[in-house]
Design a protein around this ligand. Sequence first.
Ligand SMILES: Cc1cc2nc3c(=O)[nH]c(=O)nc-3n(C[C@H](O)[C@H](O)[C@H](O)COP(=O)(O)O)c2cc1C
Length: 178
Amino acid sequence: MQKQSETDRALDRKYPEQVVIVTTRSPKGTANAMAAGWVTIASGDPLMFVLVIDHGAYTYELINRTRQFVVAFPSDRMGKAVLHVGSHHGRGRDKLAECGLATQKASRVAAPLIADAVANFECELVNVYKPGDCPLVVGRVIAAHENRDAKVRRLYTVGPGHAMGGVRNAGKAVRPKA
Ligand SMILES: Cc1cc2nc3c(=O)[nH]c(=O)nc-3n(C[C@H](O)[C@H](O)[C@H](O)COP(=O)(O)O)c2cc1C
């Protein structure tokens, strides 16, 4: 049974929500990273992601300037690092070094991979759309990388107020009949 509610209150029931780290590199060579929870696949073939990124984020400026970025799936050990890159503006600082996230050279873009992430996707900018108060950034995946350790699991936002953690009930999953 449903009861009519305030929008914010109903939206607080959406968790867990996936979170990604978006990395970029400035034309001067400094890497940056932010957390993004508003993200999904926008196309399967070719594979594209859509990120919802605030106009004021340094990441938004760097994506528009360089037309490149990396979408990394953080591991469930990266909660503190995700909160760090997700709560500080990157201009004039090195958030990746500050939070101790190891990086790795990407193959096609200048932005770095997150070395211990679950997976990384190198993207080139396709377009930016502005349907509401936050730009939608669509990127085409041009190279992908996965962690060699299959036991490394993804991090999620598990509750309101940026509560970060893993989700481990795969054994109880309901699956479609073969
Ligand atoms: C868990 C989490 C999810 C976030 N999701 C988004 C998002 O989807 N879009 C966005 O613009 N900012 C999001 N943020 C906030 C940005 O990561 C934050 O504004 C960051 O400081 C921007 O960094 P930059 O200015 O260096 O690009 C999120 C923060 C956290 C902690």
